[in-house]
Design a protein around this ligand. Structure first.
Ligand code: PEP
Length: 251
């Protein structure tokens, strides 16, 4: 049985004034029946971890460097995130791949670093619109999956987020059949590489314009174990109902 997870990615949004969103979320969903993860900007990780302390809400980073420490001005290591109170880290988000040219090999190295520091890695993959329209979606996500994951991952240390790039922040969402096709494909690919037990235990999140109005139908799709939510995670009045929909889907 894979435990459902709702993750919020605040991206480059939020200052200390926004920490009260976390208090609101902790008050309403601090003991939710599914896992709840919030990934604020690195500047807020420590204070966010303090503000949800005592609730079941977990805090994660949005990226980490592959090295443990050293001459990498402006970067943050996995160990630093862990030390600040994070338990998870998002890696290979399409905005990192696009803005910083991150490759699958770099995402793999970062994932290794995250696991070595005891963080759970949330590895993002997803096709661009031209790739979708060119019928290349499964090729693209399969290649990203293969190249971004190190050996030795488990259902406890890794989650995958399937995020079609064209659906992120656009209000466009794939059909439920398209989401199901990719998630079923990823499940098979994980089972082939890591074996049925491990491949069957790794949770697959969907991400891309998840909102209160579409969450329930997305969570009913085969092999969708939760969501990675950007814009809607910034508002407790939107993220709360998404968590509720996920809990309801868990039965
Ligand atoms: C994201 O940033 O991972 C994301 C899915 O964003 P949004 O929900 O805003 O599309």
């Amino acid at each position: 049985m894979r435990r459902k997870l709702a993750a919020g990615n605040w991206k480059m949004n939020g200052t200390s004034a926004d920490l009260d969103r976390l208090a609101t979320l902790a008050a309403s969903h601090g003991a939710a029946g599914c896992e709840v993860l919030i990934c604020p900007p690195a500047t807020l990780v420590a204070r966010a971890a303090d503000s949800v302390s005592g609730s079941a809400i977990a805090i994660g980073g949005q990226d980490c460097h592959a090295a443990a420490s050293g001459a990498h001005t402006g970067d943050v290591s996995a160990a630093m995130l862990k030390d600040a109170g994070a338990s998870h880290v998002i890696l290979g988000h399409s905005e990192r791949r696009e803005d910083h040219g991150e490759t699958d090999a770099q995402v793999r190295a970062k994932t290794e670093a995250a696991l070595a520091s005891g963080l759970v890695a949330v590895v993002c993959i997803g096709e661009k619109l031209a790739e979708r329209e060119g019928g290349k979606t499964l090729d693209v996500v399969g290649t990203q999956l293969d190249g971004s994951l190190p050996d030795g991952v488990t259902g406890e240390t890794l989650l995958i987020a399937y995020e079609p790039v064209w659906a992120i922040g656009t209000g466009k969402v794939p059909t439920l059949a398209q989401i199901g096709e990719v998630h079923d494909f990823l499940r098979t690919r994980l089972e082939e590489r890591f074996g049925a037990a491990t491949g069957g235990a790794i949770r697959l999140l969907y991400g891309g314009s998840v909102k209160p109005g579409n969450a329930a139908e997305i969570f009913a799709v085969s092999n969708v174990d939760g969501a990675l939510v950007g814009g809607a995670s910034l508002k407790p009045e939107d993220f709360g109902p998404i968590i509720d929909a996920l809990e309801a889907s868990a039965g």
